[in-house]
Design a protein around this ligand. Structure first.
Ligand code: SAM
Ligand code: SF4
Length: 329
């Protein structure tokens, strides 16, 4: 078996697969209300997703796959895709906005999921409508509660933004008191078309300071290898929390991730422009292995070619040819 090592000696063993760019929500930081999605015929078919995933697992030792999107659970054949991926010898995880989870419990309870990441930016249903543009708070919250009661490993993903939801930081921390839940605070990242504004980024340092001011002692936890977040816990709390500090302090040095977009393009970085069309190559019987190896060799050291993001000096449109929902977050 070959390992996917880049020019900076990083070994890639984690693949995120986007099932679709479509979504039922319109989170303000991610998607405009009017959006042009990919035509369905451009998307990978279920068996093509499985063939590509199989190749990554069996030929390159990929040992973790995360299903994402857009909203992965919008895909009509999501059950077939998830069932197939679950047969591979790799950890399987999913990132979802949580709205449709209740339709999928029988499936998700029948397979081994290493984690479910559920996005929730507010604990207030009115604010949910403002940020996520739909009236689905209750359903998402109930699905989170169900997932926790069933013993799933649940991460709640919160995009923290100044002037939007930063005042709910301590309420989210409170959730970790009596429940074994992980709350992951994500810095607002720039993508083409998301009207990113540096002043709206609520940094991990600012958030940590507020938590320390309120609670005093904050225990740093040991980071797992290749983790993209900095984990912490409050003394005596059952759950924990972490920060994805891409903007203020990136974690590219340890990156082990590759991304397959819903239309079958391999991306070696969330912010990079390099894309390799694996779907067309698969359909035309081309040598997929060498295309994948070449793609990984082209990976930049940091942030798709930028040295840092904590600046007002760049235009997010320069970053990538795609929006977050079209890459697979
Ligand atoms: N629809 C699913 C969801 O929302 O969980 C999966 C796809 S979404 C693109 C994956 C993650 O990216 C979500 O947790 C979302 O909050 C996050 N995200 C989207 N746009 C972002 C941005 N501009 N900055 C930081 N995180 C973002
Ligand atoms: Fe949809 Fe997820 Fe983007 Fe929100 S963050 S619009 S739920 S893809």
């Amino acid at each position: 078996m070959e390992v996917l090592k880049d020019r900076y000696h990083r070994i890639h063993n984690y693949l995120r697969i986007s099932l679709t760019d479509k979504c039922n929500l319109r989170c303000s930081y991610c998607m405009p209300e009017q959006v042009q999605f990919m035509p369905s015929k451009k998307l990978m078919l279920a068996d093509e997703i499985f063939k590509l995933a199989q190749l990554f697992v069996h030929e390159f030792g990929i040992n973790k796959i995360r299903i994402t999107g857009g909203e992965p659970l919008m895909r009509k054949d999501a059950v077939d895709i998830i069932e197939q991926l679950a047969t591979l010898p790799a950890q399987l995880a999913i990132t979802t906005n949580g709205v449709f989870l209740d339709k999928y419990w029988p499936l998700l309870e029948s397979i081994q999921l290493s984690s479910i990441n559920i996005s929730l930016d507010t604990l207030d249903s009115n604010k949910f409508k403002q940020i996520n543009k739909r009236d689905d708070f209750d359903r998402v919250y109930q699905n989170i509660e169900y997932a926790l009661n069933q013993g799933f490993n649940v991460n709640i993903n919160v995009v923290l933004q100044s002037g939007v939801n930063e005042e709910e930081l301590l309420d989210f921390i409170e959730l970790t008191k009596h429940q074994k839940v992980h709350v992951k605070f994500i810095e607002f990242m720039p993508f083409s078309g998301n009207d990113w504004d540096r002043s709206a980024v609520f940094t991990y340092q600012e958030a940590l300071q507020i938590i320390q001011d309120e609670w005093g002692e904050v225990i740093p936890l040991e980071s797992k290898p290749n983790t993209t977040s900095k984990p912490y816990q409050l003394p005596g709390f059952m759950g924990d929390f972490s920060f994805v500090s891409t903007v203020s302090s990136h974690f590219c040095g340890d990156c082990n991730r590759l991304r397959l977009t819903a239309d079958g393009k391999l991306k070696n970085c969330l912010f990079g422009k390099t894309e390799t069309d694996l779907l067309q190559a698969l359909r035309h019987g081309e040598d997929l292995k060498s295309l994948i190896i070449q793609n990984v060799k082209m990976k930049h050291q940091t942030l798709g070619g930028l040295s840092k993001m904590d600046t007002t000096q760049f235009d997010p449109k320069e970053l990538s040819t795609r929006e977050m929902f079209a890459i697979g977050g």
